[in-house]
Design a protein around this ligand. Structure first.
Ligand code: FEO
Length: 183
């Protein structure tokens, strides 16, 4: 008896999203290492914490696939893109990455709507909401660095921004603690 409650299309799409979240974690790790090696310890710390958050997203998708009787495929994770060329470029790359991820989330929402898979549709709303926060966070970082001078940010302003990010509260929690109400 087939107990898989996911269509083949959604199972594939969810597996791809799981890998995409793992890829996101690698990106934040890579950029964090880049930031640290340039002396931006606060930015690095922030990015490392965010890498953990992306891993939680990956776990959330993995658990959902398994819960629905689907087959979770753990594959190789693509390498992160090239290192940023500056702190400004780092935040630009992060924003672009989050927009790409939002589009991937939307495409799964669209498939679940077409298939009338209301369980997956409902599950994905958490990610729709989360992506608003992720994009807002990236936009705020970009705004801050742009106000401080963008590509020609002064060392003083960069120092302050770096210190602010160091002190930002840690929002990374385990996947089990995360709910739709409190992403
Ligand atoms: Fe898992 Fe940054 O989105």
């Amino acid at each position: 008896m087939n107990t898989n409650r996911l269509s083949a299309t959604l199972e594939t799409a969810l597996n791809a999203q799981m890998t995409k979240e793992a890829h996101a974690s690698q990106i934040y790790l890579a950029y964090g290492a880049w930031a640290d090696s340039h002396g931006y310890g606060g930015i690095a710390n922030f990015l490392f914490r965010h890498a953990q958050e992306e891993r939680n997203h990956m776990m959330k998708v993995l658990e959902y696939i398994l819960k629905r009787g689907g087959k979770a495929l753990i594959t190789a994770i693509p390498a992160p893109p090239e290192n940023p060329s500056s702190a400004n470029n780092c935040f630009e790359k992060i924003f672009q990455h989050e927009v790409d991820n939002t589009n991937a989330v939307y495409s799964i929402v669209k498939i679940s709507l077409e298939e009338q898979d209301w369980a997956t549709y409902n599950f994905m709303q958490w990610f729709v909401k989360e992506q608003i926060e992720e994009e807002t966070l990236a936009m705020n970082l970009l705004d801050k660095i742009k106000i401080a001078g963008g590509e020609v940010v002064s060392s003083n302003a960069l120092y302050t921004l770096d210190r602010d990010l160091e002190n930002m509260p840690d929002s990374a929690r385990s996947a089990e603690e995360v709910t739709a109400e409190q992403p």
